[in-house]
Write a protein that binds this ligand. Sequence first.
Ligand code: GLA
Ligand code: ZN
Length: 677
Amino acid sequence: MSLPVTAKVPFGGDYNPEQWPEDVWKQDHRLFDSARIDLVTLGVFDWALTQPAEDVYDFSLLDRIVERAAAEGRGICLATGTGAHPAWLATAYPEVTRTDFEGRKRRFGQRHNSCPSSPVYRRLSVELARRVARRYADTPAVVAWHVGNEYGGACYCELCAAGFRVWLRNRYGTLDDLNAAWYTTFWSHTFTDWDQIEPPSALTEHWRGPDHTAFQGITLDYLRFSSDAMLTNFHDEKAAIRESSPTLPVTTNFMGMYRPIDYHRWAAHLDFASWDNYPPDDESAARMALTHDLMRGLKGGQPFWLMEQSPGVTACRDVNPLKRPGLMRLWSWQAVAHGADAVLFFQLRASRGASEKYHGAVIGHAGRSDTRVFREVAELGAELDRLGSASLGARTPARVALLFDWDSWWALEISDGPSRLVRYQEVVLAYHRALWDAGVDLDVVAVTADLSGYDVVVAPALHMLKGDLPQRLEDVAARGGSVLTTYLSGRVDENDQAFLMDVPGPLGQLMGVRVDEWDARGPEVVNPVRLGDGAGQVDVEARLLFELVIPQGAQVVGTYQADFYAGTPAVTRNSFGDGDGWYVAAGLDQEGVSWVVRQVLARHDVLGPYPDVADLESAVRVAPDGSRLLFLLNHRADPVEVTARRGGVDLLTGDRTVTGSTVRLPAYGVVVLKEDW
Ligand code: GLA
Ligand code: ZN
């Protein structure tokens, strides 16, 4: 089971006509036609509509919505509608609402407020999914199932506590093993009965705030459990869908780098990945690229769907800036460049009331087509029509991998010491930024991924080492590849216990170093680091964390310039087999990170075509027929000119480019070059 079968990149998004009178639907569809919208996502929050009482299911309105969309020739991504439970359910069964970390029982309201462990929620959500699938499985317009919506958050109720104990029994088998894994001899935390185990909570002092804990084992496992509990919800709905729809692809919309859910553990259960892209600002091009790559990496490089993005503004932030003219288009093409095989919006028509009435939409409250946003959407629709099937199923030919690991993220950030200021995402973003600037096509993969096809593996803040990963990283270097890792890597095993050996633990051989001590300082403290030597020497700054490194065979590439460890190594390179291991022991600034990354890449022919043109992004996809698509994305507000490395046809304009000619990209411009071979 993989991606939905479509003839081109589906274009459209969330559509909620149950919110407005039927006579508006006709107008909606005429506007969809003019914007070339060919896919609608229906019913995402329809539970109260489709099941108005426990023993009453009523699909009459959804039937009309589905029939209308199908009659208009649109594909349908059909939701099970379980992202928000109805009021009658919360009243009849108070267990379905969540309990928060402070121990407060939530009342009805909001969405994503269902306890994942509630037997009633599980039974009724699964039954709804079953009925939705049974009713619409034979509707040819339905191309995919959309389960729930943006799974996330956590619940700390008694039902979850019981579920947690079951989960722990499955994981550890015996209390002895659990006590050993959690290191409970410390502070007399030893458990002698499973029922003594409580979820982390403000009431038990297990957790002294949302980001750190006094009881690492329990907090880490509760994160794992919560992610798994919601995965079970997804899985159960999917199984109910499968009873009547054996082959139609099933997904749920992810949220990118979202800490509470370990998407790598979910990935195998989805037929295809999809995600909702709401960048925090318009400076986040690299971050979006990373997130797209992370989503593509979930299914081994299989394309994903961009399930949601705003055509204009969002509504949930304190301040909601407008996407500047051209940005929606540019970012849509960026998604395609990184593997999106669908470009969808939230939402097609604006809600008139409630909390998202000011959220951007393709069609605003006035129902006009002569708005800037509608025009830009329609132009993009026309471009995607021109692209046709050219990019469908295309893969990224990456030879560089960036490791991303939720366990490391959690373990690093719940840890007391060395520094609460070191944030996993920020470390990853800095290393990714360096690769992105260099135009490198890369995969963002789980630590369990097959690394044998990569020349370079970058593993920032790889705090936790699991399974045979150290061996597989050594294998990369042994056959001539490069492995880069940083401070706070190789610290703990999968139970979050320190290795009884020198830091960086099982990475020590590969890195050829041992870390003797570490110094964490506030953001105002800078230790200058001198990188390289001779003419290539540069001075950069390091902050937050400074590990004191004693080389064990590694050569010194950069040194601290201040404090009692001035002159000692901050960056090292170790020859290992035919390749090398690079260790960055301090929180280098972006210039420093980029310098090191360029050194690592220098031995490998992996740079993009324009590695020195700032904010001109390049990405390659190779289509199933072997054709190579080069995406050029100008993230600058001014034009840029480059020389074509290879001739080809711009699929958006039909213009031919010959090798050596000038390619001009206007501000926020996009070129999709099908290269000649
Ligand atoms: C999320 C949800 C949508 C909507 C948008 C608004 O992605 O899935 O229902 O609330 O945010 O940005
Ligand atoms: Zn619960």
